[in-house]
Ligand binder design. Structure first.
Ligand code: 5RP
Length: 222
């Protein structure tokens, strides 16, 4: 199977996963990226069975609206049953690296509100140790050089993602060459650096379930 076929399979599996729980007044949290896009397109088929969505990026909001799915401001929502999103890497504990699409901050906020974070990914994303994929860090623009120097002290090699401005008006540093054996510790340490908005480690709030697309079918990892 191609990577896109695996992404389509996990998007379908995520729809099956949430289908029995859908209610007319339900708001669903939606992530960002190509796997999340497959899910949005699948979700559109049952759009009459729930109220609407909160999106983790302007791009996903646009896609939802094109399908006629109402998009709500997170501040108008008091509870959210599910958040469905992809990942750049996951370990067996469902600690994730996210932010390849630069949407990490809003993704982390929406995930924080959701009762259940359903992560959807193809099998290439499952790793023993996080860090092969460069870890994205969202930074206030004027703090970019300061944050980069502090990241070097933590053992990483930060690279400025040129030409990218996040939906929040900030910049991204991608941190290379870190073997992340303590994801919670590194997530906390990075967030202590003045000027960091957030980082792409989702370990303090990991996924609750990973639907992993493999050539033998979709595996459910909890
Ligand atoms: C965006 C993300 C995405 O979930 C992550 O980059 C995976 O993307 P894709 O589904 O396209 O492989 O974190 O900020």
């Amino acid at each position: 199977m191609t990577q896109d076929e695996l992404k389509q399979a996990v998007a379908n599996a995520a729809l099956e996963y949430i289908l029995p729980h859908l209610e007319q007044n339900m708001i669903i949290g939606i992530g960002t990226g190509s796997t999340a896009n497959f899910f949005i397109d699948a979700l559109a088929k049952v759009k009459d069975r729930f109220d609407g969505a909160v999106a983790s990026s302007e791009a996903s909001a646009e896609r939802l609206k094109k399908h006629g799915i109402p998009v709500y401001d997170l501040n108008s929502i008091s509870e959210m049953r599910f958040y469905i999103d992809g990942a750049d890497e996951s370990n067996e504990h469902l600690h994730l690296i996210k932010g390849g699409g630069a949407a990490l901050t809003r993704e982390k906020i929406v995930a924080a509100v959701a009762q259940e974070f359903v992560c959807i990914a193809d099998e290439s994303k499952l790793v023993d140790v996080l860090g092969q994929f460069p870890l994205p860090v969202e930074v206030i623009p004027m703090a970019r050089s300061h944050v980069a120097r502090e990241i070097v002290k933590l053992g990483g090699d930060p690279a400025y993602r040129e030409g990218v401005v996040t939906d929040n008006g900030n910049v991204i540093l991608d941190v290379w060459n870190m073997s992340i054996v303590d994801p919670k510790g590194l997530e906390t340490a990075l967030n202590q650096i003045t000027g960091v908005v957030t980082n792409g480690l989702f370990a303090l709030r990991p996924a609750d379930v990973l639907l992993l697309g493999t050539s033998e079918g979709v595996k459910t990892i909890k």
